[in-house]
Design a protein. Structure first.
Ligand SMILES: Cc1cc2nc3c(=O)[nH]c(=O)nc-3n(C[C@H](O)[C@H](O)[C@H](O)COP(=O)(O)OP(=O)(O)OC[C@H]3O[C@@H](n4cnc5c(N)ncnc54)[C@H](O)[C@@H]3O)c2cc1C
Ligand SMILES: *[C@@H]1O[C@H](CO)[C@@H](O)[C@H](O)[C@H]1NC(C)=O
Ligand SMILES: *[C@@H]1O[C@H](CO)[C@@H](O)[C@H](O)[C@H]1NC(C)=O
Ligand SMILES: *[C@@H]1O[C@H](CO)[C@@H](O)[C@H](O)[C@H]1NC(C)=O
Ligand SMILES: *[C@@H]1O[C@H](CO)[C@@H](O)[C@H](O)[C@H]1NC(C)=O
Ligand SMILES: *[C@@H]1O[C@H](CO)[C@@H](O)[C@H](O)[C@H]1NC(C)=O
Ligand SMILES: *[C@@H]1O[C@H](CO)[C@@H](O)[C@H](O)[C@H]1NC(C)=O
Ligand SMILES: *[C@@H]1O[C@H](CO)[C@@H](O)[C@H](O)[C@H]1NC(C)=O
Length: 706
């Protein structure tokens, strides 16, 4: 690109505004579709106030007063300068937290829209200026390995069905369907019905169908194959993530990312395949008395899982952010490990998190579920489980008062009005740790562990800027494998066996996610930061959270870190800043709302650096008045229906079976007794593998077992 053209791009970028068509429309649409009702009301009220002069005065005070008639102005008639001052003030407001919250919401939605929206040609008005490109060369497209749909013969995509076609489509898959016309319900019978097709559900489907059982998998998301993936941040998040990637905890401190598509989290994960750490297994088996986790059964399940998804450590070419992490650690003499993945050693694809277009990433949709389909399993997409069906359990001597008969579902396509009910010998809940508890609770289960003990592996990020001209680390943030290196922050730096306080890895941040997390100080400053996007390397600090939260209803999640967690987070964040500086960053910073950052060059004294590092710590969330805040993010949810040796300790027993209902099993991240401390997918799949084998035993025993 020649200089003129690039300076023109930059000029038009500085003229770009989120108030221009079509951004406001898009923001309104997303708000209506995704936000909690309270948030919509709040934003309506605030916008209405800003539209009136008195309202503007009540929010902005003297900032909206001028010497000329009409003396008090409404927001839109103020100058840009004044409006900017007001936004700055409202993002920091000490007392009126709801106003601040509304401004934060609007900031996030506008920025996400501006940096992710594409027109019909796939272009975005900001991308060229900030140096972002979506890789989609024709050559790459023609290389897309698989043109066919590996789950094709077993999948029923309800988005293409009508009331008149559904029954036939189900029968065509060999299912025994009956129609109850009085109640407009289609009923299907099978041996096992599995809710969710992610890590847990995929493994269960494979193991159960291989054992000869008739399996039906229900998935509320849709089915995508490599050629369907756009690699575009906006549409991908909208289609493949729970709540379009906009799920937040009740106090808006935590943004929660979870997959919602065939393959679940495994289709969008960042490829890290790390086995359960030995100390964690020891804790689960000794403190929680769950012998499973130190058994030969579990250890060999981990081997089976890693083999099945082809985990390997060979990474020949690391992306820019991982080079930063590695070099920083090496310069500080810190240990840095390769992260095993299943992708060829040279798989250099930075948008795997939006679905891997090269089809290399081994999510359940291309591994376990394919096996399941080959063994006759049927996957119904766009189908949401709403309630488990129970009858009272009159079997002699059972401690379980209920018996699970199956599940009642809703098809998420308005052209299908009939309900679908699946009757099964066993019912498996594998909707993930934020969806399984609401489903159990709304079905009438009462065990107090259901929904509690929710661990999130909270994440905070730090960043460093590395201009291309004075760094020998090559590449751009959005290129290359997402997680290929990890550093474990130990309590004592010279003892590698001491407690791990946090782990440091690298994230996938498209420009829109980057913009959403980036502190907003002023419009100009913000655009300057965006221009540095391709060479701003982020590090994520993940802690093994000791404190936990709760999910009771769908989308309602409460969560708080305690001081132990905060201390670990602080340790990890400070280490991450050291690593960035050691790797040669010319500027480092955090996502704290006031834009905390430090320029580092040969004139920056060690003392200044130490002072800055010392000031880096997690701050409270958006709701605590008067303080700076930052968003936490979470991509790992666990523990919300944990296994326990009795019904006081857990929601399910060591076989994964509900303490209240016979024949109802949980087989996903909710089972885990506590946080894993590393990326949990291998742990979830290994646990699911063991549980699935126990379900096979249960089915084998018929109804005879005690
Ligand atoms: C962006 C991102 C990156 C990640 N990166 C990594 C990584 O690199 N390494 C790693 O180890 N882990 C990673 N994880 C975490 C990992 O993917 C999850 O922990 C894991 O997928 C959880 O497995 P699960 O079986 O509990 O649920 P999921 O895999 O989340 O599957 C649940 C599925 O059930 C469906 N569902 C839910 N409720 C219903 C219902 N009522 N009816 C029908 N269907 C329903 C959902 O749509 C979803 O598809 C990442 C997660 C995300 C979001
Ligand atoms: C379908 O279910 C009905 C009712 O249980 C049963 O009578 C019938 O034999 C079943 N058909 C097949 C093909 O399994
Ligand atoms: C992502 O998740 C799936 C989950 O099954 C796993 O098979 C895969 O190896 C993970 N990582 C990669 C590289 O895809
Ligand atoms: C990966 O590396 C291991 C050694 O760590 C080697 O044995 C193996 O052949 C390599 N596999 C691939 C696919 O390159
Ligand atoms: C990933 O796993 C699949 C299936 O097990 C295997 O065929 C493939 O070779 C693996 N990929 C790599 C690069 O190891
Ligand atoms: C149930 O248990 C009681 C007491 O143990 C026994 O007397 C009775 O025969 C059992 N009934 C059945 C149906 O097994
Ligand atoms: C934080 O919570 C965990 C688990 O409840 C507990 O073990 C720990 O002591 C708590 N820390 C503090 C400082 O309260
Ligand atoms: C460092 O300080 C010297 C002397 O004041 C100055 O000439 C130089 O430009 C400074 N370097 C940077 C990168 O600011």
């Amino acid at each position: 690109m020649d200089d003129d053209e690039s300076s023109n791009d930059i000029k038009s970028f500085f003229n770009l505004s989120a108030s221009q068509y079509p951004f406001p429309h898009e923001v309104a649409e997303v708000l209506g579709k995704r936000a909690l009702t309270e948030a919509v009301i709040l934003i309506r009220v605030i916008l209405w106030l800003l539209w009136t002069r008195l309202g503007t005065f009540s929010i902005c005070g003297f900032l909206c007063v001028s010497k000329k008639w009409p003396f008090i102005n409404n927001f839109s008639s103020l100058s840009l300068d004044q409006r900017e001052k007001i936004v700055q003030r409202c993002l920091k407001l000490r007392f009126l937290t709801p106003i601040r919250l509304a401004f934060v919401y609007i900031k996030v939605l506008c920025l996400f829209s501006v940096f992710s929206r594409v027109d019909e040609n796939g272009d975005n008005p900001a991308w060229k200026a900030i140096g972002y490109e979506v890789s989609s060369s024709d050559e790459e497209m023609s290389n897309l390995c698989d043109k066919n749909r590996p789950l094709g013969k077993g999948v029923i995509e309800t988005m293409h069905e009508h009331d008149t076609t559904l029954q036939q489509s189900l029968s065509n898959k060999g299912l025994n369907v009956t129609f109850d016309s009085k109640n407009n319900i289609l009923k299907i019978k099978c041996d096992a019905v599995i809710v969710g097709s992610g890590c847990g559900g995929g493994v269960a489907a494979s193991v159960l169908s291989k054992a000869g059982h008739r399996v039906i998998v229900l998935e509320k998301g849709n089915y995508f194959v490599p050629k369907d993936y756009s690699s575009l941040e906006g549409p991908s998040m909208d289609q493949q993530y729970e709540c379009g990637g906009m799920l937040a905890s009740a106090d808006s401190r935590m943004i929660i990312l979870a997959g919602s598509t065939v393959g679940g989290g495994s289709a969008v994960n960042w490829s890290a395949c790390i086995k359960t750490p030995r100390e964690v297994l020891k804790e689960w088996s000794r403190e929680h008395k769950l012998s499973l986790f130190e058994s030969f059964e579990y250890l060999s399940a981990m081997e089976t899982v890693c083999e099945r998804i082809g985990v390997n450590e060979n990474c020949t070419r690391e992306g820019f952010q991982n080079q930063v992490l590695r070099k920083g650690c090496q310069n500080l003499g810190l240990k840095v490990d390769y992260v095993p993945r299943n992708s060829s050693g040279n798989h250099y694809c930075g948008s795997c998190g939006y679905g891997c277009r090269k089809g290399e990433k081994q999510g359940t949709q291309v591994t376990w579920l394919v096996e399941a389909v080959e063994n006759g399993a049927v996957i119904i997409t766009g189908c949401k489980a709403e309630r488990f069906l129970f009858e009272s359990n009159n079997r002699n001597g059972s401690i379980r008062k209920k018996k699970c008969l199956g599940v009642s579902t809703k098809i998420l396509n308005s052209r299908v009005t009939m309900k679908l009910e699946i009757e099964a010998k066993v019912t498996v809940s594998a909707g993930g740790a934020i969806m399984t508890p609401p489903l159990m609770i709304s079905s009438g289960l009462k065990n107090r562990n259901i929904g509690r003990n929710l661990h999130l592996h909270p994440v905070l990020m730090t960043w460093g800027y590395f201009p291309e001209s004075n760094s020998n680390l090559k590449g751009k943030v959005y290129e290359g494998g997402i997680i290929t290196s990890v550093h474990k922050v130990q309590s004592s730096s010279n003892d590698s066996n001491s407690d791990t306080r946090a782990i440091i890895e690298t994230p996938l941040l498209g420009p829109a996610s980057f913009a959403t997390l980036c502190p907003w100080e002023s419009g100009h400053d913000f655009k300057q930061r965006m221009l540095k996007y391709p060479r701003t390397s982020h590090l994520i600090t993940i802690i093994r959270d000791k404190a936990s939260g709760q999910v009771t209803r769908e989308g309602r999640i409460s969560y708080k870190l305690n001081s132990t967690d905060k201390a670990n987070m602080r340790n990890g964040l400070q280490q991450a800043v050291r690593i960035l500086i050691a790797a040669g960053a010319v500027e480092v910073g955090t996502h704290r709302s006031d834009g905390q950052r430090l320029k580092c060059n040969e004139n920056t004294s060690g003392k200044e650096i130490e002072k800055f590092i010392d000031s880096v710590c997690p701050v409270e969330g958006a709701l605590s008045p008067g303080e700076n805040w930052n968003f936490y993010t979470s991509a790992h949810q666990m523990g919300s229906c944990r296994m326990g040796v009795n019904e006081r300790e857990g929601g399910v027993d060591e076989n994964g079976e509900s303490w209240e209902a016979e024949g109802l099993f949980v087989c996903d991240a909710s089972l885990l007794p506590s946080a894993v401390g590393v990326n949990p997918m291998i742990t979830i799949q290994s646990t699911a593998y063991c549980i699935s084998n126990r379900i096979v035993d249960y089915l084998g025993k018929g109804t005879q077992l005690s």
